[in-house]
Design a protein around this ligand. Structure first.
Ligand SMILES: Nc1ncnc2c1ncn2[C@@H]1O[C@H](COP(=O)(O)OP(=O)(O)O)[C@@H](O)[C@H]1O
Ligand SMILES: N[C@@H](CCC(=O)OP(=O)(O)O)C(=O)O
Length: 370
């Protein structure tokens, strides 16, 4: 790609009518507390964007990190219950601070806390979309975080980089800007000599050569790997991504600096887009060859008759992976039965099923072929 083309692509970030901006814990907090000056600097840049008539959705981490000092803790807690308690304390302080900082610009904020389950279920997915759209229409800045006080390891989005990519898809954003404590992706650990900033990534396969280290901060969770996963999810949904430092947010929103990821796929409004990227399917269905052909080639629903084995512990509505006779994963879907009910139904044609179980195991509207 020539430099001129890269520049043209980057202009999509500057001109985006709707942008999702994600900021990490390390860029908002210091020594277990919110750093008000960093919040103000971020808010000033986002408010300037709004003043230019562009919409912004902020995905902000920092709930756990902001709760550390107020709880008298020395470091980020390791156990889930204390993390959840810290998030309960820190999220409130964070939103309070954002609200007063945006108020300096005459802007109102709205808190949106999501769990992965909210996006799995059709009803709550639509609610989330509707609420975000209405907040934006009302001129509010939505501030999204994972609902950490109830999210356990099994039901987490994984990290807020992934959450930001899914939110960008949810609101059909025109750009995703990931802000961190580093000014972009480097060829190797930027704390060591020899690392070079990568300006643009149009071929995700080429990233295999990049050496990724963990987070350099004591409060960040994912390091670079989760940012690259997020960039891949968003660009695959047609959304350009810019990865830059929170201190360069103004330049980043103007499309300069950082690492740019041009879109690789088409824009899609599919509710099931997230399913392709769901971190942890709750179970697995193994099919016979006929059932694989039915769902993959003929795009039919999956009936209990075509399932030969079930594993995992799941409830109706949960995401499961679907494998062929050779064990290869061919699809993902939202299963319509609890795991304890399915084994007794396998191989039976619909007419032979007890009346209360006479339905598809995975409806084709809830199925995504990989
Ligand atoms: N190849 C790399 N390029 C850039 N940063 C890297 C790389 N490998 C590891 N990192 C580290 O990843 C960190 C950012 O991740 P993290 O701390 O989780 O951020 P955040 O809290 O902003 O989400 C950087 O501070 C950097 O030290
Ligand atoms: N939801 C968590 C953030 C988890 C997370 O991904 O943090 P980070 O790596 O700083 O973006 C919190 O607010 O503490």
């Amino acid at each position: 790609m020539t430099r001129a083309e890269v520049t043209a692509d980057r202009s999509t970030v500057a001109g985006a009518a709707r942008t999702v901006v994600k900021v990490g814990s390390s860029s908002l907090t210091q020594r277990g507390r919110i750093d008000p000056s960093r919040i103000d600097a971020l808010v000033d840049a986002l408010a300037a964007r709004r003043a230019a008539g562009q919409q912004v959705v902020l995905v902000s981490s920092g709930a756990i990190a902001a709760g550390i000092a107020p709880l008298g803790l020395k470091a980020r807690p390791r156990d889930l219950a204390t993390q959840q308690a810290a998030a309960g304390v820190g999220q409130l302080l964070l939103i309070e601070r954002y609200a007063s900082s945006f108020a300096r610009h005459g802007l109102t904020v709205g808190q949106v806390l999501l769990t992965a389950d909210d996006l799995h279920r059709r009803g709550t997915y639509r609610n989330a979309v509707r609420t975000l759209e209405r907040l934006l229409a009302l001129g509010v800045i939505p501030i999204v975080n994972e609902n950490d006080t109830v999210a356990t390891h099994e039901i987490r989005f994984g990290d807020n980089d992934r959450l930001a990519a899914l939110v960008a898809h949810l609101v059909l954003a025109d750009a995703l800007v990931l802000l961190s404590d580093i000014d972009g992706l480097y060829t190797s650990d930027p704390r060591k000599p020899g690392a070079v900033l990568i300006e643009s990534v149009s071929d995700h396969a080429a990233l295999a050569a990049v050496r990724l280290a963990g987070s350099s901060s004591s409060v960040g969770t994912g390091g670079m790997a989760t940012k690259l996963d997020a960039a891949q999810i968003a660009t695959g949904a047609g959304i350009p991504v810019l990865l830059t430092s929170a201190t360069s947010v103004g330049a980043g929103l103007a499309g300069t600096g950082g690492t740019f990821f041009p879109p690789t796929g088409r824009r899609t409004a599919s509710r099931l887009f997230w399913l392709r990227h769901a971190t942890t399917p709750r179970g697995r269905l193994e099919l016979d060859a006929g059932a694989v052909a039915a769902i993959v080639v003929r795009r039919k629903s999956l009936l209990p008759a075509g399932i030969v084995a079930v594993s995992g512990d799941f409830a109706a509505g949960d995401p499961v992976e679907i494998a062929g006779p050779d064990g290869a994963i061919v699809a993902r879907g939202l299963v319509a039965f609890d795991s304890e009910d399915l084994p007794g139904l396998l191989g039976k044609s619909t007419g032979d099923l007890p009346e209360e179980f006479r339905r598809e195991a995975v409806h084709r509207d809830d199925l995504i072929v990989l």
